[in-house]
Design a protein around this ligand. Sequence first.
Ligand code: SF4
Ligand code: SF4
Length: 326
Amino acid sequence: MANTLAEQVGLGPTWTALLHPQIQTLQVPQLPGINCNQCRMVEEGGFHPFARCCNIYPEFPNFLLGEILEKGQRPGSQATVAGWIEEGRSGPAYAHKPPVMHERYNNQNYDNVSEIPPCPLLDEQGHCTVYAQRPHTCIEYNCVYPLYPEIIGFWHAFHSLLGLHSYLTSRYLLHALGWDVEAYQEAWKDTPNDAIWGDQLSIQPDFHSKLWNGQAPERFYKDCSRYVQDNQDSIREEVEMYRRHQLQEQAEATDNEERLQELNQLPNALTFREPPLVLWEEVSVGRHIAPEDNPWTLTEFEGYILWLHKAMMGRYAFELSRQPTS
Ligand code: SF4
Ligand code: SF4
């Protein structure tokens, strides 16, 4: 039995608008054994039975925050996100994870899993309240898929692709909605963490008003989500053009003629591409490509995903052919 990728990972409307239709409709085998009520990681003692793998504090990009605020999902999600905004915890591109939270989650005591705090968006029954709008960090079943490089490679590359979409789209929306993206990025880069956060959960008031420059965060996030929905037929292409322009500028600034030529000649259509060794070496052993370190356009990266998908399906077919018939 196979599902489309979008069905298997439960993508909501905003994610669906961003992903290329060829990627969304890739057929993926239904993964055997995913039963969150009998989570293997809980049985092995690695996770608390209530939080399970929702023991993180995920960062949400502006367009997903907007979708939660507009549509909500299960009770509580809108109030939680509105609370973060109220507390001054979010910037225009992302609802950030304050360093104090990073520390708290990085220093988790896995010998005593009951001390690990659950994600604030988990409800009292242990269900995600924003399943269709959950960020890319949450969209990966790394718990149960068979441990073959082709299968690990596909899922980690897919996860990296969602991360790239998140990063680029959140910045593209700033640009599309009239923000000075460079000034915004410089503000973060040039300001030390303790001047942004102190040792608090909230951004320091001075820095917060500099970041937002009089705009209302809640309204802005909703505008981001609406922009994606109103332009769902063109948003992926818009973000891709933005990406190419960004990479062309980088290639010009570093006199990288070869890359510049490659980018100038890159076709618009999505085509099957063999991944470079450097990509395969990362994803096939279970490492993600962080968006900041990802040097490719969406079209290039999605082309690699098509190739990795074929490799994954080949591995599944091979494994099935080796199973004894009854
Ligand atoms: S997705 Fe996997 S790790 Fe997370 S709760 Fe379900 S079975 Fe457990
Ligand atoms: S956002 Fe949802 S899926 Fe992600 S960690 Fe929180 S509860 Fe779990």
